[in-house]
Design a protein around this ligand. Structure first.
Ligand code: ADP
Length: 409
């Protein structure tokens, strides 16, 4: 009785399987990718045309007695089945077929309990060496295109994040302005004696606190200037102005700070500088940043000179000419003004001469600052179509110079 039941069971379970395999064979034949179908034991049930070509199978391959575990992986397939019964959607194996490497992805179809194997070419990578599949030019170009797009998208995202950070810092800096102005106002009141007499010691302490407060005010306004430039708000107010007035006014504002530190400030403004079109505030700000630095980096007892004079600026076209032609090219009158700030301070080693003009770059960590003063000065000078540079040696002082063209074309 048990034998009859067994025979019945085998016939029942095989019959529908054979039927379904036939219809499944028709389906996989229409698929471009190479597909093999096997039962749980690994017995090959069907192979489509692409798979037959890859593995050199006969047309009647699915009727042959092939075990795909042995045939493809040289194993009993237990590891694959285990992987598939632990809830994973597929198991993946790499095989070598002739000169190329292939990826075999094995799935278990839940109702029929078949193994469906999809075979793909392995894309060669840098590490795969000569055995790896070579990428076609087309694929390389596609990959490059994708990498380029991804990089561009990441760059744009970073730029946006950076802009948001600047906006956020600017609003935080803006919030600091009012309380700082109030604090500074009270220092002035106290020091003027309006709120009662002060002892010498109290006066000294208040002077020092006021200085720190002023430094904070300068840092905040430096940052606000920078963020305004960053968010594209640099609009020049070009008017016919007198550069000597502009620089003299600024130097007078700094005179007290120089005196306090014991650094001598000399100002030489050539009377032959003509009036010309420039932005009064912005040029004043650029020069003030240089003067601020010279004071910061010059010890007590040192000297600083602010000089402005007419200048013959032969731009590159003229520089590139042979010397004879250059002489003929001689300009009839100065076409620019050179402003320089020379100090007898700490100096700057040549390797930092370029980078100190970049945003947030600081070399001397012993002084306060945000590394923005020169970056701002550079933007302001360049907005006037001018140029700025430094001449300096470590421990031998520095000269910062900028040129402003007189004729704004
Ligand atoms: P900050 O003064 O806030 O550090 P700056 O952009 O004004 O930023 O200057 C960048 C760096 O250049 C400074 O950290 C400093 O090391 C150097 N530097 C600028 N001016 C001078 C100077 N006159 N003498 C020596 N070093 C200077």
């Amino acid at each position: 009785m048990s034998g009859r039941v067994a025979t019945q069971a085998t016939t029942d379970s095989l019959f529908p399987t054979v039927l379904r395999v036939d219809s499944f064979r028709a389906i996989i034949e229409g698929i471009e990718a190479a597909i093999l179908v096997a039962d749980r034991t690994g017995r090959l049930l069907a192979a489509n045309g692409a798979a037959k070509i890859i593995f050199g199978l006969l047309e009647s391959a699915d009727h042959q007695n092939i075990n795909i575990f042995e045939f493809l992986f040289e194993s009993d397939g237990r590891d694959i089945l285990e992987e598939l019964t632990t809830g994973r959607a597929w198991a993946e194996r790499e095989i070598v077929k002739g000169e190329s490497r292939k990826i075999v992805r094995v799935r278990l179809t839940p109702d029929s309990d078949w193994l469906v194997l999809q075979i793909k070419e392995k894309i060669a990578d840098a590490a795969s060496g000569p055995g790896g599949t070579q990428l076609t030019v087309q694929e390389l170009l596609q990959e490059r295109e994708i990498t380029y797009r991804n990089l561009l998208a990441a760059y744009l995202k970073l730029q946006e994040v950076n802009r948001q950070k600047t906006v956020f810092l600017a609003s935080a800096a803006h919030e600091l302005k009012t309380p700082l102005a109030v604090i500074k106002g009270y220092y002035d009141l106290l020091l003027a004696g309006s709120l009662g007499r002060l002892t010498e010691k109290q006066k000294d302490i208040l002077e020092e606190s006021k200085e720190s407060c002023e430094r904070l005010v300068r840092l905040v306004s430096m940052f606000l200037n920078y963020s305004a430039l960053e968010s594209g708000k640099l609009v020049l107010q070009l008017r016919e102005n007198d550069l000597r007035d502009c620089l003299d006014e600024m130097a007078k504002r700094w005179a007290e700070a120089f005196q306090r530190k014991g650094v001598k400030l000399e100002v030489q403004l050539d009377p032959s500088i003509p009036t010309f079109r420039f932005d009064y505030q912005k040029v004043q700000q650029a020069a003030a940043n240089l003067l601020d630095n010279s004071l910061k980096h010059t010890p007590s007892g040192g000297n600083v000179a602010l000089v402005a004079k007419p200048h013959f600026w032969e731009r590159r076209v003229a520089d590139a000419m042979p010397s004879q032609e250059r002489r003929r090219f001689r300009l009839p009158r100065p076409n620019s003004v050179e402003v320089s700030v020379t100090d007898s301070g700490t100096g700057i080693p040549p390797e930092h001469h370029q980078e100190i003009f970049e945003d947030f770059v600081r070399v001397d960590r012993n002084t306060s600052g945000m590394g923005l003063g020169l970056a701002i000065a550079k933007r302001l000078v360049q907005a006037h179509r001018g140029k700025i540079w430094v001449e300096s040696e470590a421990k031998k002082g520095s000269t910062f110079r900028f040129l402003l063209p007189i004729e704004q074309s």
